[in-house]
Design a protein around this ligand. Structure first.
Ligand SMILES: [Zn+2]
Length: 276
């Protein structure tokens, strides 16, 4: 397994906190949807599911139980991959009628919808034209790391409990692209400053082996459908899971041309916040 650098060093907590409250870990499983190179697609989405260390097992075992209930063969041979499930182009999804495949995507998203309250969703939808000439993947990665870091900071301010964050991504898709960016983060910080709550290195894993990367893939696809095709069928199932506080959605970001009016939950929430 290879590692690369995402954010700044985590400063040691004050001595009195270290004694009374141990560091707790949140992992943010990230995956993307939408083609960066295809000019016929307008959006790229990077989405993540943040899971507290004690909740991994619960969410993974519920996902495995759901897959077993579909009767598609050995549970560990079945991967939840939204675009493959939607198209039915390969694997066990090939023989299933379209209506059942789409229902399976909805049921998979319901695993996130009904997850423990501590599980939070994050997503950044980037209009590729608006991001140009910057790389939309880099832009989304920087923003989502920042949102995750701010979430951990809010936990610290609210509970005075230090949570450390670790970003986990699919090895095959992003390792090469983001290694250089992560190195730059370490040397220069992000545009928003140092990501002090994040562990120094993101981890790249094989999505075949990670149920939580697969949940992130489903979330990214649901968000991508919302922005690319105005299809809210899947997005609406999970919109309540985005990190939010006091009526402001912090966990969903829509990066669009500044002059464009938008009524999506992220833009409406931001407009409401800016008015107050
Ligand atoms: Zn919007």
């Amino acid at each position: 397994m290879e590692f690369t650098v995402c954010g700044g060093q985590v400063p040691p907590p004050a001595a009195h906190i270290q004694k009374s409250k141990p560091l707790r870990m949140y992992l943010l499983y990230l995956d993307g949807s939408g083609s960066v190179r295809n000019p016929n697609e307008r959006h790229f989405v990077l989405a993540g599911v943040a899971v507290f260390e004690r909740q991994f097992y619960h969410l993974i075992s519920r996902t495995d139980q759901f897959i077993a209930s579909l009767g598609l063969g050995a549970v560990h041979d079945v991967e939840l991959h939204a675009s493959v499930m939607a198209s039915g182009r390969k694997g066990p999804w090939k023989g299933m009628v379209r209506q059942d495949r789409l229902a399976a995507i909805e049921d998979s998203l319901d695993l996130l919808k009904s997850a423990h309250w501590s599980v939070k969703a994050f997503a950044v939808a980037v209009d590729k034209q608006a991001a140009s000439p910057n790389d939309p993947v880099e832009h989304a990665f920087e923003e989502v790391c920042n949102r995750f870091n701010l979430f951990l900071t809010r936990l610290w301010n609210r509970d005075e409990e230090k949570h450390r964050g670790l970003v986990v991504m699919d090895k095959s898709h992003y390792e090469e692209t983001l290694q250089g960016l992560a190195r730059r983060f370490r040397e220069e910080g992000t545009r928003w400053g140092n990501l002090r709550n994040l562990a120094e290195v993101p981890m790249f894993v094989d999505s075949n082996a990670s149920r939580l990367i697969q949940i992130a893939d489903l979330l990214a696809w649901a968000v991508w459908r919302r922005y690319e095709h105005s299809d809210t069928r899947y997005f609406d199932r999970v919109v309540s899971r985005f990190d939010a506080e006091g009526g402001v959605i912090h966990g969903l970001v829509h990066f669009k041309p500044p002059t464009e009016e938008c009524m999506c939950p992220a833009c409406l929430s931001r407009a409401r916040r800016d008015r107050t």
